[in-house]
Write a protein that binds this ligand. Structure first.
Ligand SMILES: [Zn+2]
Length: 131
């Protein structure tokens, strides 16, 4: 049953990907919807959250009233925005240097980082591990 549902969902995604005339930019970068299917749900959550800023980083948590302090807990240098976390935080520099060989990263450079490297970075940071 689960396999049938997966096969059906994959077929529907392929059909919608082909028939839908929207998503021009996504279609420019992705060959099809397979990438979305192969990404774990938790990793997709991180990706969307990091791209939109709606992720469990202190700036967002302060905005939604969960935390009082928006400062980065790793470097204590500035607000923990998605940009700070992903490209600017000196406490995470060694992870990016290991993955991409560079740090810091601008927003423009981060836009070019492959999805799997963003996921790898998010996991390596240990920032989203809940006790
Ligand atoms: Zn920091």
């Amino acid at each position: 049953m689960r396999t049938e549902a997966r096969v059906w969902a994959h077929g529907e995604q392929q059909r919608l990907w082909t028939e839908n005339s929207t998503c021009r930019q996504a279609k420019m970068f992705l060959k099809g919807p397979d990438l979305a299917v192969s990404i774990e749900r938790r990793d997709m959550h991180y990706l969307v959250g990091l791209k939109t800023g709606h992720v469990a980083l202190n700036r967002h948590l302060k905005l939604v009233g969960i935390k009082d302090n928006s400062i980065c807990p790793l470097s204590s240098e500035e607000e923990e925005t998605a940009l700070h976390f992903l490209g600017q935080c000196p406490a995470l520099a060694t992870i990016w240097k290991r993955i991409l060989g560079m740090h810091p990263l601008t927003a423009l450079e981060l836009g070019k980082v492959k999805f799997f490297n963003l996921i790898r970075f998010a996991h390596s940071s240990g920032r989203f591990i809940t006790p």
